[in-house]
Design a protein around this ligand. Structure first.
Ligand code: GLN
Length: 305
């Protein structure tokens, strides 16, 4: 079916403009608290790199936990299945920064998309490359075709200054020998990773390898077809934390959210999406973002179900 996305995006933006309840920006990271919940952008990237956008789709924002998708892919590509000795792949049913399951499960986090799991993945990537955040930034620049992507040092510093919970998670896992680097090194890498600024267009393009079954923008392979399926499956079941069931119900796509207000989503074999609006619900997902993706799959019929 030939479908042009431009009118679909216009229609969604119009509907979202009428949304009165938009949630609140994350305030536990002071540098994010001043974002305007009325901001909204959305982009769709085709497999060949054609991008459609609406609203603030070219405006950079704090990518936060959306980066967890890319560090997982980069780590899985290098380490393969032994990664699963360090982190599980079941939904947690708990908030993204929860400590409670870790003790019951002997320091092995439930999945790579809660903070504990992402810390383990970043730790492994840093152990293998010596430069986890740099490898991630290079990858995002290459896939988005945007060499200007960078860390936001103020956001990284703000997270570091307010990072007691992530520090607690990292130290706790280190006590189970599940962290290889010194904890301060790991936290520096993790906060740098979360601080990367990018736009909806950048992130929709950077997620393209997951719609192309593991193939990067330049035609080389990052992941095997199976590994790309694995990452998409974990996004579907764990990408929006303790709201993953509701996200699958409403949107029906692999997706990954971040507390900066972005969500990326994948229609395997067809296209990728990124939506951004900084107002969050109680579980840390963008209110307008989920609503917009819900409308997208409803209007186009493009979901995995
Ligand atoms: N940097 C944030 C944190 O570690 C990322 C959380 C998120 O986006 N859900 O708390």
């Amino acid at each position: 079916m030939l479908l042009t996305f431009a009118p679909v995006l216009d229609r969604i933006a119009e509907e979202i403009a009428g949304l009165t309840e938009r949630g609140r920006p994350a305030d536990y990271i002071p540098a994010l608290a001043s974002a305007d919940p009325n901001s909204f952008g959305m982009a769709v990237a085709e497999l060949d790199g054609t991008v459609y956008g609406v609203g603030d789709w070219q405006r950079p924002f704090s990518t936060q936990s959306v980066t967890k998708v890319f560090t997982l892919a980069l780590t899985l590509a290098r380490k393969g299945d032994p990664l699963w000795d360090h982190v599980g792949r079941e939904p947690s049913g708990n908030p993204f920064n929860s400590l409670v399951q870790l003790e019951y499960e002997n320091g092995i986090p439930r999945n790579p998309f809660i903070n504990a799991g992402a810390l383990v993945v970043t730790d492994q990537l840093h152990r293998m490359t010596g430069d986890a955040s740099g490898v991630l930034l290079d990858f995002l620049r290459a896939e988005s075709g945007n060499p200007d992507l960078d860390f936001d040092r103020d956001v990284a510093a703000s997270e570091n200054a307010n990072g007691d919970r992530n520090a607690a998670l990292a130290h706790f896992m280190a006590s189970y020998d599940n962290i290889a680097n010194p904890v301060p090194t790991l936290l520096r890498e993790y906060f740098r990773q979360c601080s990367i600024e990018a736009s909806c267009a950048d992130l929709a393009l950077a997620t393209g390898f997951l719609a192309r079954h593991g193939i990067r923008a330049d035609g080389t392979r990052l992941l095997t077809r199976s590994q790309a399926k694995h990452v998409n499956a974990i996004m579907l079941t764990c990408g929006t934390y303790d709201a993953a069931g509701d996200f699958a119900y409403r949107v029906g796509l692999p997706g990954k959210s971040g507390v900066g207000g972005a969500i990326v989503a994948v229609v395997p074999g067809r296209c990728t999406l990124c939506v951004w609006s900084p107002g969050l619900d109680a579980r840390g997902n963008s209110v307008a973002g989920v609503a917009a993706l819900d409308r997208f799959t409803t209007i186009t019929g493009l979901s995995v179900f």
